[in-house]
Design a binder for this molecule. Structure first.
Ligand code: URA
Length: 256
C-alpha cells in the first residue's frame, strides 16, 4: 500500500469514528492493533446520494406458514441437509440480534469465524459492520447499537473457501431468509453486497448502480450497500464514503 492509500484508508475509518483497526499479520492470524487516528486532514464534502424509490421487478409469493416465529423457522431448518453446503459446515448460523428490530441487515453467508461461533458477522467483516452501525448512529445522534438490529445471511452454512453461494443454494436457503424477514417485518432491510441484493431483488443491475437507492422486497424498503468484506479489501475511498452515506440514509429513515 502506498502512503496515500494508507492515508485515505485511515481517513475513511476516522470519518466513521473508528479508533482501532484490525491488521492481518503475515501469518494470517488476526491481531487487534490499537491505532488512534490523529491525522488532522479534512475530508472533502461529499454530495448527497440521490434516492430513487423503485418497484420490485417481481411479485414474490408469501412463503411463511401462518403464525410463523423465528423459533419455528430455526426448528424447521433443523440439522439441515437440503444442499451441499451442509458438508463443510460446523454450525448453522441462523441470525442474531433483536427479533423485534425495525431494521434487518442481510449478508451473504457465514465465514470461518461465524461457522465456529454460530453467529453472523463476528469476524473481521463483522467487526467493521459493528463499527459502522455503532459509530454512524452515534455520529448522527441516534441511540442505536448493533445489538438493537437483527442480522442474518442469505445462506446459513459456510460455503467452502468462502466462495459465493450458488443459485440453487441461495434458493434452498432463501426460503428461510424470507420467512425470517416476514416474521420480523422490519421497517427497512439493508442488503449487504451483491448476493443479498440478488436474493431479495430480481435485478440484473450491478451493486455500484443499485447501492444508495431504495428498492423494495414485499413492500419493505431495501437499501443496498457494499458488503463490509469488500470495504476491507478495497482501497477505494469512494466506496467507503458511499457505504457510510448509505448507512446514514438508512438509519435516519428507520429511526428518525
Ligand atoms: N460475511 C457475511 O456475509 N456474513 C457473515 O455472517 C460474515 C461475513
Amino acid at each position: 500500500m502506498t502512503k496515500d492509500e494508507i492515508r485515505s484508508y485511515l481517513e475513511f475509518y476516522r470519518d466513521l469514528g473508528i479508533q482501532s483497526i484490525y491488521l492481518r499479520p503475515p501469518d494470517r492470524s488476526v491481531e487487534s492493533v490499537s491505532a488512534p487516528v490523529t491525522e488532522p486532514v479534512r475530508a472533502p464534502e461529499i454530495p448527497p446520494v440521490l434516492l430513487e424509490p423503485l418497484r420490485p421487478s417481481v411479485a414474490l409469493p408469501a412463503l411463511e406458514p401462518p403464525g410463523d416465529t423465528l423459533e419455528k423457522i430455526r426448528e424447521d431448518i433443523g440439522d439441515c441437509r437440503r444442499c451441499r453446503l451442509c458438508e463443510g459446515r460446523n454450525t448453522i448460523v441462523f441470525g442474531s440480534g433483536n427479533p423485534q428490530s425495525p431494521l434487518v441487515f442481510v449478508g451473504e453467508g457465514p465465514g470461518a469465524d461465524e461457522d465456529q461461533q454460530g453467529l453472523p458477522f463476528v469476524g473481521r467483516a463483522g467487526q467493521l459492520l459493528t463499527q459502522m452501525i455503532d459509530n454512524t448512529a452515534a455520529k448522527e445522534g441516534l441511540a442505536i447499537r448493533r445489538s438493537d438490529v437483527y442480522i442474518c445471511n442469505v445462506v446459513k452454512c459456510r460455503p467452502p473457501e468462502n466462495r459465493t453461494p450458488q443459485q440453487d443454494e441461495m434458493e434452498t436457503c432463501g426460503q428461510f431468509l424470507y420467512r425470517q424477514l416476514n416474521t420480523i417485518k422490519p421497517k427497512a432491510i439493508c442488503a449487504l453486497g451483491a448476493t443479498a441484493m440478488k436474493a431479495l431483488l430480481n435485478t440484473k443491475e450491478g451493486i455500484t448502480k443499485s447501492r444508495g437507492r431504495w428498492h423494495e422486497w414485499q413492500d419493505i424498503p431495501v437499501m443496498i450497500t457494499y458488503h463490509p468484506s469488500y470495504l476491507l479489501r478495497q482501497y477505494n475511498q469512494q466506496a467507503r464514503r458511499e457505504a457510510w452515506e448509505d448507512l446514514k440514509t438508512l438509519l435516519h429513515y428507520v429511526y428518525d
